[in-house]
Design a protein around this ligand. Structure first.
Ligand code: MCN
Length: 793
């Protein structure tokens, strides 16, 4: 029997291969073949004009094939890289050149590109390049940028790339008239994701076919393909982009093209030999992308119950040196910080400002962790001001289940009104309270205090717009062997897509799970696609593979009905066999696939093997005149709008009264991503997100000095949590409010674990210590110093 797999914890088919070292990443491609290696000269200065670059002698190094600076690039290759998501408010968008032209704007910016026999030679050659710089004063940090004594880009006044204001009601007037008001200044520091595999690209040019094949560690194969074709003057059809296994993306590989993704194929074409670039960890720190750095000023007016009457949030987003992703991160903060709440009036205004630091692209959560920090700190501050329970104040502000769809009165990046589709926040609050033991906590605190131990409890709530469009497609093909090949164009970085999409297809088509094979991120198989980010794969490709499988199923039933001389409605597909319900009459899907080719429509069971590949008797015409040959289905899914997942996290921490060490005693999550395709995978995503969030809240930050040097650009100095710092057991409970926007009722889950981390830890530490926590991350030494300053107040 084919059982329903949707909603069941099927084990990931990917893992055996990945955990036994059989993963094949960009650096593993073409191993054993002759491949040349690239290395990049990167700026040692945060801000400087390039007066001269001397590459003489580089080509004399034995084994060096090529050295390029900006002057060697022509046409589109010499232009700034694309600004991928423009916005009308981004008046001064700036992107880097593939190789710096005249000026460098952060330490790590690419200046020259060398290709040699191996990486060692390439790096030796890079060391021979001499650059004459005129140093400029670097702009580091939000305060310095706002002061604008120096400009990052000469033609961007005040270092302000954009200013955007949105308002729903008259928040200023509401605050002025409110019975209670308070204000807060809240900071989230700069950080970055650290996928195990850095960026990597390999390219091979086939002069006979006039075809470029590029393997790259990306979150968007089609995006990279489009850029390579456009910049190298090739037709799209001449470029194939294949994503091998990708050892984590977390947002940084959404950016495209990275300079190396253009330079490597260009070099491969000119040299006629495959070329490879593999980023090292220091390069990842200084030349990929960061995020998170924002400073916020909040003013809020509220009534005696804690209901927010007016909320006014101003914030400054440190965009680093360039804006390839436009305003997407601060726009997400500004439009999703309201979370599950409905303030009566609301104004948010942000400035996106330039600094001489690594540029910003979205990092898992993409502006939501900052927004959640702002809103949840505000809720806690209101509760403290009124002396109320923190859950009571939240409950007083929740959007109610009967208010969906709920329009927040804000406009998202795409110009559409932000509308939440479904959710049940009051029910979720009850679940998280039960899961973490909210009501029992005071007794626990007392018990711990008797032992001289200090504990605190925190709660944070969030929503996440997931499954953003515009579209994703899928192709489902039943082989004559009965195997089912599924392709969808978005890429995969470890989320378990092969498993979940196979679950969906197995259900829709009625085939055994292990007969389904899923390919992602290969433009040869699916040239039209968007990519994996914004927790969109489940909603977008999940829906597309479902629709495509249904098309294949319809076709299978049509053909089988004719072959079995039965009515389509009397047929069912079970375990890969189409049968007439309640009879012995049946035909397997592989045979239906054979029949789907009109050439051998007159199918003879006995001679199947012999006739399968011969041009036999054309027999009868196809079942439906307009049917194309082949048992396959293709479809695209394009949503009306994003669907809103939601969640609540609670944590109990212990803070050491002497060392200020912060220990996690309990971590609880209630999550709503609509119908779960695979609870095991969703919980894995939540675990991973929480681990990343623990890092972001307690350990990870980018430390720049005033000269714009990143002081902790290695894993020796950039602290990531070990397994010992991540809660061993996370209590997870689900709520399933299905999305009405897609056929399977799914919402996304991939970023959920990380969104409330800063907020929930700040709340718990504050609860333990009794003084406000307004900046994250927080280390034991910072907590120690905060204690001292509050003790002397
Ligand atoms: N899922 C499910 N049921 C749902 C929703 C999701 O079973 N109702 C499953 C999906 O089928 C998928 C996984 O959960 O296998 C995550 O789904 P989704 O929320 O659609 O997110 P994406 O697949 O689009 O992944 C992107 C998301 C993002 S934005 C970042 S950043 C991130 C993340 O995924 N980067 C990751 N998780 C990551 N996990 C790994 N291992 N590596 C990364 O780089």
């Amino acid at each position: 029997m084919t059982t329903k797999l949707f909603g069941t914890p099927v084990r990931r088919v990917e893992d055996q291969r990945l955990v036994t070292g059989q993963g094949r990443y960009a650096d593993d491609v073409l191993v054993g073949q002759r491949v040349l290696h690239a290395a990049v000269l990167r700026s040692p200065h945060a801000h400087a004009r390039i007066l001269d670059i001397d590459v003489s002698g580089v080509l004399d190094v034995e084994g060096v094939h090529l050295v390029w600076t900006h002057d060697d690039l022509e046409g589109a290759m010499a232009e700034p890289l694309p600004l991928l998501i423009p916005h009308p408010a981004l008046l001064h968008g700036r992107t880097q050149h593939a190789l710096a032209k005249d000026e460098v704007n952060h330490v790590g910016e690419a200046i020259a590109f060398v290709v040699a026999e191996d990486r060692y030679v390439a790096e030796d050659a890079v060391a021979r390049i001499r650059v004459d710089y005129a140093l400029l004063e670097p702009v580091v940090g939000i305060a310095a940028s706002r002061e604008a004594r120096t400009l990052v880009h000469d033609d961007v006044p005040g270092n302000v790339g954009a200013r955007l204001e949105q308002e729903n009601g008259d928040a200023r007037a509401a605050i002025a008239a409110a019975p209670h008001t308070l204000s807060l200044d809240l900071t989230v520091e700069r950080s970055a994701c650290q996928p195990l595999e850095g960026r990597g690209t390999v390219a091979r040019w086939d002069p006979d076919l006039g075809r470029m094949t590029v393997w790259t560690s990306t979150q968007t194969a089609t995006g990279v393909r489009g850029c390579i074709a456009a910049r190298l003057g090739l037709d799209l059809g001449q470029v194939d982009v294949i994503t091998p296994d990708v050892g984590g993306g977390f947002g940084v590989k959404i950016n495209h093209p990275w300079p190396e993704e253009l330079l490597v194929p260009m070099a491969a074409r000119i040299l006629g030999t495959p070329v490879k670039f593999t980023e090292d960890r220091r390069e990842h720190f200084i030349s990929s992308a960061h995020e998170r750095a924002q400073e916020h000023h909040v003013e809020v007016g509220f009534d005696d119950d804690g209901r927010v009457l007016g909320l006014d949030v101003q914030f400054w987003h440190d965009h680093g040196a360039y804006t390839p992703y436009g305003l997407i991160v601060p726009i997400i903060t500004s439009t999703q910080l309201l979370g599950p709440y409905k303030p009566q009036s609301y104004r948010v205004v942000f400035e996106s400002i330039y600094t001489n630091t690594v540029m910003v692209t979205p990092y898992r959560g993409a502006g939501r962790p900052q927004g959640c920090f702002v809103m949840e700190r505000t809720m806690d501050a209101i509760a403290a001001a009124l002396g109320k329970d923190r859950t009571e104040v939240r409950a007083a502000n929740f959007i109610q289940p009967d208010e969906f769809p709920f329009d927040q009165g804000l406009v998202f990046q795409d110009g559409r009104e932000l509308e939440y589709d479904s959710g049940d926040y009051p029910a979720m609050l009850e679940k998280i309270k039960a899961l973490v033991g909210w009501d029992e906590f005071p007794a626990f605190r007392e018990e711990m205090a008797r032992e001289g131990r200090q504990v605190g409890l925190g709660l944070a709530c969030y929503v996440e717009g997931t499954g953003v469009g515009p579209y994703e497609g899928a192709h489902v093909h039943v082989e004559t062997s009965g195997k089912v090949k599924v392709s969808t164009g978005l890429t995969t970085q470890g989320q378990g897509h092969q498993t979940v999409f196979a679950q969906i297809v197995a259900d829709a088509l009625g085939v055994p799970f292990d007969r389904v094979e899923v390919t992602t991120g290969d433009t040869r198989r699916m040239p039209y696609a968007v990519g994996t980010f914004a927790s969109r794969a489940a909603v977008m490709s999940g829906s597309a593979v479902h629709l495509a499988a249904l098309r294949a199923r319809e076709k299978a039933l049509r053909i089988a009905a004719d072959a079995l001389e039965a009515d389509e409605h009397d047929l069912e597909i079970v375990d890969g066999v189409v049968r007439v319900k309640g009879t012995e009459s049946q035909i397997d899907l592989g045979t239906v696939a054979v029949l789907s080719n009109p050439l051998r429509y007159a199918f003879d069971e006995a001679s199947k093997a012999a006739t399968q590949f011969s041009v036999g008797d054309p027999g009868r015409p196809p079942v439906a005149e307009d049917d194309e040959p082949g048992l396959e289905g293709k479809d695209f899914y394009s949503p009306e709008r994003s669907t809103f997942a939601s969640g609540m996290h609670a944590v109990v921490v212990e803070t050491d009264p002497v060392t200020a060490e912060i220990t996690i005693l309990k971590y609880a999550v209630v999550h709503d991503c609509g119908h779960l395709i695979n609870p095991l995978i969703v919980e894995g995503q939540i675990h991973g997100g929480v681990a990343q969030g623990v890092g972001g809240a307690l350990y990870e930050r980018m430390v720049y000095d005033d000269a714009g040097q990143l002081l902790n650009a290695s894993f020796m100095d950039f602290l990531m949590p070990y397994v010992t710092e991540v809660p061993a057991g996370i209590d997870i409970d689900h709520l399933e409010t299905p999305s009405p926007l897609n056929p399977l009722g799914i919402k996304g889950a991939g970023e959920a674990g990380v969104i409330p981390s800063a907020a929930v830890f700040a709340a718990a530490i504050e609860d333990a210590e009794g003084f406000p926590i307004t900046a994250m991350p927080i280390s034991p030494s910072e907590l120690f110093h905060l204690r001292q300053s509050h003790a002397t107040e």
